[in-house]
Design a protein around this ligand. Structure first.
Ligand SMILES: Cc1ncc(C[n+]2csc(CCOP(=O)(O)OP(=O)(O)O)c2C)c(N)n1
Length: 181
């Protein structure tokens, strides 16, 4: 399975959760699959989707889902430690792990040899799962209580999707409106 179908699997279960999507194809693919004001398409900062999601989780009550890439998680590994220790009770990080910098041409990452799920468990995440072992819909329907790390192992590949034809201001403002509702 490639990223596009993985995001489809995730998106079909979404209701009112806030979603932070990583820069590049994850955002573009989510935009095509299920655009909604609850999606924040992160346009610039590789590595910071998880940090933005954590801040959002801590500052309001809605559930927050971060769709991150393995390359970006490796770039900001400390964020996992911060998330675990801050212990947000409404936060899910999904690592879409294609073991590649997919959005810039599928150059291999170290996740070919390094297991992000083992890293999350060793940091302390008690709720650290393989996507294939869980019922994601059920997880979303329950109280989260402590941060959840979900490892979604996928094959490299970018779907043939267009760019996001919303201005950064539009993405930000409609998202802010939903957050403040
Ligand atoms: C700090 C920084 N370095 C590099 C880039 C260029 N860049 C944008 S997306 C990307 C690859 C992201 O890979 P990953 O997080 O694994 O996600 P994927 O695209 O594979 O889903 C790179 C290198 C950037 N935007 N910011």
């Amino acid at each position: 399975m490639e990223r596009y179908d993985a995001i489809k699997e995730i998106a079909k279960n979404l209701t009112d959760e806030l979603v932070i999507a990583n820069i590049g194809f994850p955002s573009r693919e989510l935009y095509e699959i299920k655009d909604r004001a609850e999606n924040f398409y992160m346009l610039g900062s590789m590595g910071l989707a998880s940090s933005i999601g954590l801040g959002l989780g801590l500052s309001q009550d809605k559930k927050v889902i971060v769709l991150d890439g393995d390359g970006s998680i490796l770039m900001n590994l400390g964020s996992l430690v911060t998330i675990f220790n801050q212990n947000p009770s409404n936060f899910i990080l999904i690592a879409l792990d294609n073991s590649a910098y997919g959005s810039t041409g599928n150059q291999e990452t170290y996740c070919k040899n390094t297991d992000l799920l083992k890293i999350a468990k060793s940091i302390g995440f008690k709720k650290a799962f393989n996507f294939k072992d869980i019922d994601f819909k059920e997880i979303l329907s329950e109280d989260i209580e402590e941060p959840i790390f979900i490892h979604f192992k996928i094959n490299p590949g970018n779907a043939d999707v267009g760019i996001i034809d919303l201005t950064p201001d539009k993405i930000k403002n409609r998202f802010k409106e939903i957050v403040n509702k």
